[in-house]
Each structure stands twice: as structure tokens, then as C-alpha cells.
Ligand binder design. Structure first.
Ligand code: AMP
Ligand code: FE
Ligand code: FE
Ligand code: ZN
Length: 281
């Protein structure tokens, strides 16, 4: 059984529609795929419907923008109730924050001599309610200022980069409480990716597990090298956290993140499924 629990559609910063994503999941021989768009549930109904048509189990997921000590942390949620008001309200604030920072980023890019118009960005945003830096990156590519999204991040958009503008995100402990309060399973996405171990040291993860009932850690992820995966696996075992593995697929928007390039062990997925039914029931 092949299980991929972290993917993005065009309802956030992926390039596949939910239907195309599920079609591609079939091609990648996946049995289970979770759609985890950034700060929105909008793609889930279409993905689930496509999954029923094409014989792939689609898990209703989410990747929530959180913050820990001023640094960005992504929290995956599985099976959270989209109508739970506290979670929905906070997600709305995050999406507003995403919207509100676009003008600031465009002004900085202008000043750097690599201007793009808001209209160009909006074409790449399309139907997504969750505008992100990748959409601005796409406009930079289209204008010929950079080759690809990666170069746009490396030169301009990355955290602390010359065109970076901070935006609202949810305190991580509150994010975990919100996901669990909506009946969801909370898993920290790529916790030690991109040299971020200092943001979430092992002692802090231990307190998230102990005091906030964090469910799991995403261990197998392209942003983790072999040694990091090993150390995270050991930590998850020590803390009795679920260890997941996923692609973080973004369609053509992210290279080396093909569907199914990392997968979650069926026994771990069985436990996630059991917790989802227990919490909703
Ligand atoms: P935002 O949602 O606006 O905070 O932008 C963060 C998103 O940008 C992440 O979810 C990734 O999909 C994407 N991203 C971050 N760094 C890179 C990179 N170096 N190359 C391509 N995409 C990136
Ligand atoms: Fe993304
Ligand atoms: Fe992420
Ligand atoms: Zn992601």
C-alpha cells in the first residue's frame, strides 16, 4: 500500500487542480493521498469526488501556517472539521494576512528593479484563496527576472530575503489545539528542514507531545537528509509520536517532490485513521 500524506493543489500553491492531482496519484500508483493545501479546505470536496471516481482514497488535510518564536512552522492536520468556528476564523486571519502582504512584497521587488504587476500575480493565484510567495515567484519567472521558483526564493522571497514581508501566522501550540479541537490529527510538517532544528529543538517537541498532545512528526521529507531522518525517527519513537513520510508535491511548482517520493507506513496510517474516527465520533 502506497500512502502520501502531504500534497498541494491549485487551491493553494500547487499547479494541479484537485482532479489532476488525483489523476497523477493514480499514475504514481498511490492508494492513499492527502490533500493538504495551505490554510484552506477549498480543494477537498473536488479531490474526494475524484478519488471516489478513480479508486484512490483521498484524506481531507490541511497545512496550517504557524509560528514558533517568530519563525515559521507548518502544521499538517488530518480530518479536521472545516466548519469548526475557531479553526475557520484563524484560517481566515491567515489568508487575510497573505493577501495583505502582497503589496509590500511587490513594492520591495519594484525597488530592487525586478517589478511585477499585481495583475500578473493574480493570474497565477487563479482560484486559490491562499495567495503565497510561489505565485509571486511565478510572476517573476514570467517577467524573465528569474529562471524558476527556486531562484525567486533564493534571490528575493525567502524568509529574511530582500523582498520578504512577514505575515500573520498562528502560535504553534494554539495551532495544535485548534486542529485537535476540530477533531483533527496534528503532525508537524518537515520539522527540521532547511536548517530549522533550532526553531523546534527536541525538548520543545517533547513538550508539544506531552502538554499539547501533538500526534506526529513528518520524518520522511525531501528537506531532511538521511541523518536528520534517522534522528527524527528515533525522537518520534522515544516520544511515542507517529512518524509520517510524504512528498509535499506542488505539481510543476517544486522539483524533486514527485508524488510518492516518500511514503507513510501503512501501520502509521492505520493509527491516523483510527484516531480520526475516534475524534470525530
Ligand atoms: P508562503 O506560503 O507565502 O509563506 O510561501 C511558502 C511556500 O513557498 C512554501 O509552502 C513552499 O511551497 C514554497 N517555497 C519555499 N521555499 C521555496 C523554494 N526555495 N523553492 C520553491 N518553493 C519554495
Ligand atoms: Fe507550498
Ligand atoms: Fe510546508
Ligand atoms: Zn506543504
Amino acid at each position: 500500500m502506497r500512502i502520501d500524506l502531504h500534497t498541494h493543489s491549485s487551491l493553494s500553491d500547487g499547479t494541479d487542480t484537485p482532479e489532476q492531482l488525483v489523476q497523477n496519484a493514480v499514475r504514481a500508483r498511490l492508494d492513499v493521498v492527502a490533500l493538504t493545501d495551505h490554510d484552506t479546505f477549498d480543494g477537498l470536496d473536488a479531490a474526494v469526488a475524484a478519488g471516489e471516481r478513480l479508486g484512490v482514497q483521498v484524506v481531507r488535510g490541511l497545512e496550517l501556517s504557524c509560528t514558533q518564536g517568530g519563525a515559521s512552522v507548518h502544521l499538517l492536520g488530518y480530518g479536521a472539521d472545516p466548519t469548526q468556528p475557531d479553526l475557520a476564523e484563524e484560517m481566515g486571519r491567515v489568508r487575510q494576512g497573505r493577501q495583505g502582504r502582497v503589496g509590500g512584497v511587490l513594492a520591495k521587488l519594484d525597488a530592487l528593479g525586478v517589478g511585477v504587476t499585481e495583475a500578473a500575480v493574480l493570474r497565477f493565484v487563479g482560484d486559490s484563496p491562499s495567495v503565497g510567495r510561489p505565485h509571486i515567484a511565478d510572476a517573476l519567472v514570467e517577467a524573465g527576472h528569474v529562471r524558476d521558483r527556486t531562484e525567486a526564493f533564493d534571490r528575493f522571497l525567502a524568509d529574511g530575503g530582500p523582498a520578504h514581508v512577514a505575515r500573520y501566522a498562528i502560535d504553534l501550540t494554539r495551532g495544535i489545539d485548534l486542529v485537535r479541537g476540530a477533531g483533527g490529527i496534528a503532525v508537524v510538517a518537515h520539522p527540521w528542514g532547511r536548517g530549522r532544528e533550532h526553531v523546534l529543538p527536541a525538548e520543545l517537541i517533547a513538550s508539544l507531545a506531552g502538554e499539547h498532545q501533538l500526534d506526529g512528526l513528518e520524518v520522511e521529507h525531501q528537506d531532511h537528509d538521511r541523518a536528520t531522518r534517522h534522528r527524527l525517527r528515533v525522537l518520534a519513537r522515544e516520544l511515542d509520536l507517529l512518524a509520517t513520510g510524504s512528498s509535499d508535491y506542488h505539481g510543476t511548482g517544486k522539483v524533486d517532490h514527485d508524488l510518492g517520493c516518500n511514503t507513510t507506513d501503512p501501520s502509521v496510517f492505520a493509527e491516523i485513521t483510527a484516531r480520526m474516527s475516534a475524534r470525530v465520533g
